[in-house]
Design a protein around this ligand. Structure first.
Ligand SMILES: C[C@H](CCC(=O)NCCS(=O)(=O)O)[C@H]1CC[C@H]2[C@@H]3[C@H](O)C[C@@H]4C[C@H](O)CC[C@]4(C)[C@H]3C[C@H](O)[C@]12C
Length: 324
């Protein structure tokens, strides 16, 4: 399971949790403007927007899971198993392999509006990266400071949905997730009043009772409702530290602890990493399951006019500050 979210204070923030039972070898990766993208079905792109994100780098190619470009556009891929169905290569269309989708959009689009235009001409195809790295079944959230959309490629084609909540999890399809929020319209940060029966002397006996009914389990539909509620009500100061801290708290509402989600006997899905990118400043913050100290990689401290990837393997050891 995974969860992606946006958040806005003075700056725009975009991030996700990546929940899985193993890691591919994730690295915060900066792709500078002159790194040559050799798209499988399209021509080479030699110059483009720079981007920073989490990737598995294979043969010097950044297989991004999530990234933000220098214009502040963010994009994240989340599992959509059983529903994702990619299109066939078609002459006259812009055929883009699923593993190229993030670079395709972030290399040329500055906004969600521009991404929508590129999506109109695009065919999302199932060409695998390699035999060892077959197609991943994903859907994506694309967002900038003004808007968010979800892209789902299913049996009947490619769908682009407005995402007024700015969150995404996994199954079921996005319109169903949105519909199911109707079930939670009574949930509130305020204390409830007795509408049950006025003859009964019902009273609040604890803080937080306005949230009763909000799910707490790890299923993707439940995480969608939980994180949507948390994000829609989250309040913080506008400084970088306050904003980043609050963003990690929003995604913390749906993190997965080892032992609670068994995927096969003795194997558990956990939140491998949580990211928060300041999309305006190009700073990629992250924590990992074992390392709660926030780490940061600033794309603008790299040579963005270069042509080679800059890679920062995740720092996974817990950093504990001993104070006496
Ligand atoms: C496993 C990741 C998704 C995590 C997730 O959504 N978990 C939920 C599990 S479940 O639904 O609830 O079962 C996805 C997100 C991005 C994916 C990676 C990216 O798409 C980049 C390449 C794409 C290649 O085709 C496969 C390897 C890969 C390196 C992918 C491996 C894996 O599928 C990743 C890492």
């Amino acid at each position: 399971m995974c969860t992606a979210a946006t958040y806005k204070t003075k700056d725009f923030y975009f991030g996700r949790t990546l929940d899985y039972e193993f890691s591919y070898g994730d690295e915060v990766t900066v792709t500078p403007r002159n790194f040559c993208f050799r798209f499988r079905h399209m021509s080479e792109v030699k110059t483009h927007y720079a981007m920073i994100g989490m990737a598995y780098v294979a043969d010097d190619y950044p297989l991004y899971y999530d990234a933000v470009n220098e214009k502040g556009l963010g994009m994240a891929g989340l599992n959509f198993v059983g529903n994702a169905k990619y299109q066939d290569v078609q002459a006259g269309r812009e055929n883009v392999a699923q593993f190229e989708f993030i670079p395709w959009i972030l290399s040329q689009c500055a906004t969600v509006l521009e991404a929508r235009k590129v999506l109109e001409k695009m065919n999302l195809v199932g060409t695998p990266y390699s035999e060892k790295l077959p197609c991943a079944s994903l859907h994506w959230m694309i967002a900038d400071k003004d808007a968010a959309i979800v892209v789902e490629c299913v049996e009947d084609g490619l769908h682009v949905y407005d995402n007024p909540v700015g969150v995404l999890t996994n199954n079921p399809p996005f319109p169903v997730q949105m519909f199911m929020l109707n079930n939670y319209m009574h949930v509130s940060p305020s204390q409830p009043e007795n509408h049950f029966a006025k003859e009964l002397p019902l009273a609040t006996y604890s803080r937080g009772m306005g949230g009763l009914g909000l799910p707490g389990d790890l299923s993707s539909a439940s995480r969608f409702a939980k994180v949507a509620f948390t994000k829609m009500h989250a309040i913080s100061g506008e400084s970088e530290a306050e904003s980043v801290s609050q963003f990690f708290h929003i995604l913390g509402s749906v993190e997965q602890q080892r032992g609670c989600c068994e995927v096969e006997p003795g194997k558990y899905e956990i939140t491998i990493y949580t990211s928060c990118v300041n999309a305006d400043k190009g700073i990629y913050y992250y924590t990992t399951y074992e390392n709660h100290q926030i780490q940061a990689v600033d794309m603008h401290r790299e040579n963005l006019d270069g042509d080679t990837l800059r890679r920062y393997p995740l720092i996974n050891e817990e950093q504990i500050r001993v104070v006496n």
